[in-house]
Design a protein around this ligand. Structure first.
Ligand SMILES: C[S@@+](CC[C@H](N)C(=O)[O-])C[C@H]1O[C@@H](n2cnc3c(N)ncnc32)[C@H](O)[C@@H]1O
Length: 304
């Protein structure tokens, strides 16, 4: 569905301006009640919120999507109507889908053509006048909101997006090589859909041969993210820690160090509580105490 086009221009519809009447210094358009709910730094979602049709279908095609309800809550918490949200690892385009539901513009980068094409089909994105860059598909709806998906390596971000033109970044990078581990190593055996890797492409960060290589690539991408974010705006990274061959891999700590090296301040840590998606097992009783760290994930909030 996504076609090549040889022109070489930045995305033309950026930057966008908020369309709400919120006070200038308000960080979002939420009511006080909704804002208060998000202040509790442990977020969870009920079964109804987790089982929406778009997510159920997406899970049949992609091993690790986050729920639309999570993306919606993040977007509503950090942006205003008509702001632009970017996801640099967009998978099945859940962030774009949630942006459309909440009346925000959105851009996604996804390396894997299959996931990019499925996103385009679901969101009805196609080549049009705004797709002056290779591998890009776009839709502008009746209210003027833009959704654009770019099927390429997110290290090419600066070819597409001008500095200081994005209001919020929400993304879930690959958990390094978690999906390439044998299921017993993943420590996530109740998650039925975590059964395949994303691809065998060497540009796919989940295929990086070492944690150092992965960290270096993440640093490269987030230096670019810093560049395209407007001042004082927020980047939220969804990640989790896991065990690899018995060793605890604290990806969350890696992100905090990488972004602090880029002079980006960690502002908040929110726990995404996933207990309702798991059955509790007794894997290591009584010889060991190993918590199942797939039951929660982090939302790391960084401010430019
Ligand atoms: C955790 S998934 C994101 C899922 C997404 N949040 C969703 O809900 O659909 C990470 C995605 O990053 C993609 N990816 C890996 N390396 C990439 C790269 N270098 N550039 C762009 N995307 C990449 C993978 O193909 C995968 O779809």
């Amino acid at each position: 569905m996504i076609k090549n086009n040889l022109a070489n221009k930045l995305i033309q519809w950026l930057p966008t301006m908020r369309s709400c009447n919120c006070p200038k210094n308000a960080i979002n358009c939420l009511s006080a009640k909704a804002w208060l709910r998000n202040q509790v730094p442990i977020w969870w979602f009920n079964k109804k919120e987790l089982n929406i049709r778009y997510d159920m279908i997406s899970r049949q095609h992609h091993p690790a999507i986050f729920p639309t309800a999570l993306a919606k809550r993040v977007i509503e918490n950090y942006t205003h109507q008509n702001d632009t949200v970017l996801d640099v690892f967009s998978g099945m385009g859940t962030t774009l889908y949630a942006a459309r539901l909440t009346k925000r513009n959105a851009i996604g980068f996804e390396l894997n053509k299959k996931f990019a094409d499925l996103t385009c089909q679901r969101l009805k994105l196609k080549n049009d006048k705004y797709c002056s860059k290779p591998n890009s598909a776009h839709n502008q709806n009746k209210s003027g909101l833009h959704l654009q998906l770019i099927n390429t390596d997110s290290r090419e971000l600066l070819d597409y997006i001008a500095p200081e033109s994005i209001d919020c970044v929400f993304t879930s990078p690959p958990y390094w090589d978690l999906l390439n581990q044998a299921p017993s190593q993943r420590n996530l055996k109740h998650q039925q859909y975590l059964k395949n890797n994303y691809s065998d492409d060497v540009k796919d960060l989940s295929n990086d041969p070492t944690l150092d290589a992965f960290t270096k690539n993440i640093k490269d991408i987030f230096a670019k993210v810093y560049n395209i974010l407007k001042p004082q705006r927020t980047c939220i990274i969804n990640t989790g820690d896991y065990r690899r061959k018995g060793k605890y891999i604290s990806l969350s700590s890696h992100y905090i160090s990488i972004l602090s090296e880029l002079n980006v301040e960690l502002k908040n840590v929110i726990i995404w509580d996933r207990r309702q998606e798991y059955e509790i097992g007794i894997f290591s009783y009584p010889r060991n105490f190993i918590v199942n760290n797939g039951m929660f994930e982090y939302l790391l909030e960084f401010q430019k």
